[in-house]
Design a protein around this ligand. Structure first.
Ligand code: NAD
Length: 281
């Protein structure tokens, strides 16, 4: 079994981004990322502070707009529009989830697609589905990078994606299809989940249920990618896969933490760099 080391790969990507940032400096370009966070959800604040730290590490300009959960939708929209018009900002990220009184779709649609480094705007999502150049959502894009790094070909492979959200499962399926994989998407309404996972060469799970994928749901030698992040009552961080037992059957597997998580941030930095490099166009 080979452990797919997302921490190591993300560091390698960060190092090459930092070099590119140095090369951009003489041209007067410093990539800039603006993050908007609403409310006081501790997990969201942890993610934002990790993103801020990684921006610092690679030499980006970054600003964080912290807003109380009493904020109105219009006030958030005004802030996004300000960032859309700010020439120092190349990427805008709205940390999800937003409070219930805010219409997430409306908010995401206000972001200029050229600054949509999270890849959640329907414009970018549509272009991803059509296999055109676009900002792909960072988590599934990070998973594709892992396959590339470990020379795992996706062509013709049977891949079962478990979870079908707009930010994880659906764009994951689209990116896999673009790599010529045969994709099955499963979700909460799937009748017999294990009948699908058992057939798969590759299982990619992003659900938010600890231990959902067990040993008897995985065929021998399968590749297992765990996107889930769950904090147990004990404080321990786990994914959606019963790692201890599934790892014994799999050929490759990602750990949690240290798997897909760091790759998500690396892809965010990558998308922001791409946006900064295309400032002129
Ligand atoms: P979501 O709640 O929006 O979607 C969950 C999906 O899982 C839905 O499609 C639902 O139908 C499906 N599902 C729920 N229970 C199921 C079950 N028992 N069997 C099969 N399918 C089931 O969640 P999300 O935002 O897509 O996040 C999913 C997980 O991925 C969470 O644990 C989240 O923390 C994690 N996540 C990790 C990263 C990262 O960087 N590693 C990024 C985003 C999300």
């Amino acid at each position: 079994m080979t452990l797919i080391d997302g921490k190591k790969l993300s560091k390698k990507i960060e190092d090459s981004i930092a070099l590119e940032v140095d090369n951009l400096k003489p041209k007067g370009v410093v990539p800039g990322l603006a993050v908007i966070i609403v409310g006081d959800d501790p997990a969201s604040h942890t993610y934002v502070s990790m993103k801020e730290k990684s921006c610092k590490r690679v030499g980006y300009y970054s600003i964080v707009h912290k807003m109380p959960d009493t904020i109105t939708q219009n006030e958030i929209i005004e802030t996004i529009e300000m960032m859309n018009n700010n020439p120092r900002i190349d990427g805008i990220l709205v940390q999800l989830p937003l409070p219930e009184h805010i219409d997430t779709t409306k908010i995401l649609e206000v972001i200029d697609p050229k600054k949509d480094v999270d890849g959640f705007h329907p414009y970018n999502m549509g272009r991803v589905v059509e296999n055109l150049e676009a900002y792909a959502p960072c988590t599934p894009a990070g998973v594709i990078e892992m396959f590339k790094e470990y020379n795992i070909s996706l062509e013709g492979k049977d891949v079962c994606v478990v979870g079908a959200s707009n930010i994880v499962g659906k764009p994951m399926a689209a990116l896999l299809l673009n790599e010529n994989a045969t994709v099955t998407i499963t979700h909460i309404y799937t009748k017999d989940l294990s009948s699908h996972t058992k057939k798969a060469d590759i299982i990619i799970v992003g659900v938010g249920v600890p231990n959902l994928i067990k040993e008897d749901m995985v065929k021998d030698g399968a590749i297992v990618i765990d996107i889930g992040i769950n904090r147990l009552e004990s404080g321990k961080l786990v994914g959606d896969v019963d790692f201890e037992n599934v790892s014994k059957k799999s050929s490759y597997i990602t750990p949690v933490p240290g798997g897909v998580g760091p790759m998500t941030i690396a892809m965010l930095l990558q998308n922001t760099l791409t946006a900064a490099k295309s400032r002129e166009s």
